[in-house]
Write a protein that binds this ligand. Sequence first.
Ligand code: SF4
Ligand code: SF4
Length: 204
Amino acid sequence: MVQDSMRFEIDWTLDQVQFRASIRKMIKQARASGKVLTLPLFPLTGDGALELITIITSQVRCGGCDALCCKSNPHGSDLSLLPSEYRRLKEKYGDAHLQATGEEYWIKMPCGFLQGGQCTIYPDRPLACFLYPFNPGGEGEGGRMAIALESRCPEARRITRDFYMTSWRLRKLYTSLGNEDFVKILAGELEKVMPSMQGGEKDA
Ligand code: SF4
Ligand code: SF4
């Protein structure tokens, strides 16, 4: 699943209009050159990465997309399966859409499990499908592992745009309010919502 990422210089000091334009340009370039989009997130632990991936994949809304990812693998090959996934799918659905070469296992692309624009094995889809458009091969600033998304996926592009614009707004607030004020205001806002988050408030 490793795919090249582009090295982008993100200039957080730009004004909002310029910053939005720079992010659009970055996304366009990544898409045109088949590179992944890296987000400025650098998880330090396995659990941290898992949480970030969970948040990102839960944001994907595929309605309106023609299942691009099921019609061709962005990496120019068939879709790689873990041995246990291959065995499970073969046992349940037969091997008409599967392929095994030595110790390597694949779903042939375009995927034969896609019918009428729907995945016919959705609850049993392999890990690579479940995680898409997340890509673990992204490399960010300083060569560190970054959270990266496939630029060919329209939802990945939307999430990337939203992420950078939200991050730009937060950074502006952080610097305009001053570190201490920002933290105090944030803590105050969190306090207001925490009782309900912890189930401390009774339902109406
Ligand atoms: S390419 Fe992206 S938006 Fe389209 S079906 Fe795949 S995950 Fe969903
Ligand atoms: S198994 Fe389902 S989700 Fe995965 S490529 Fe095939 S149709 Fe798409």
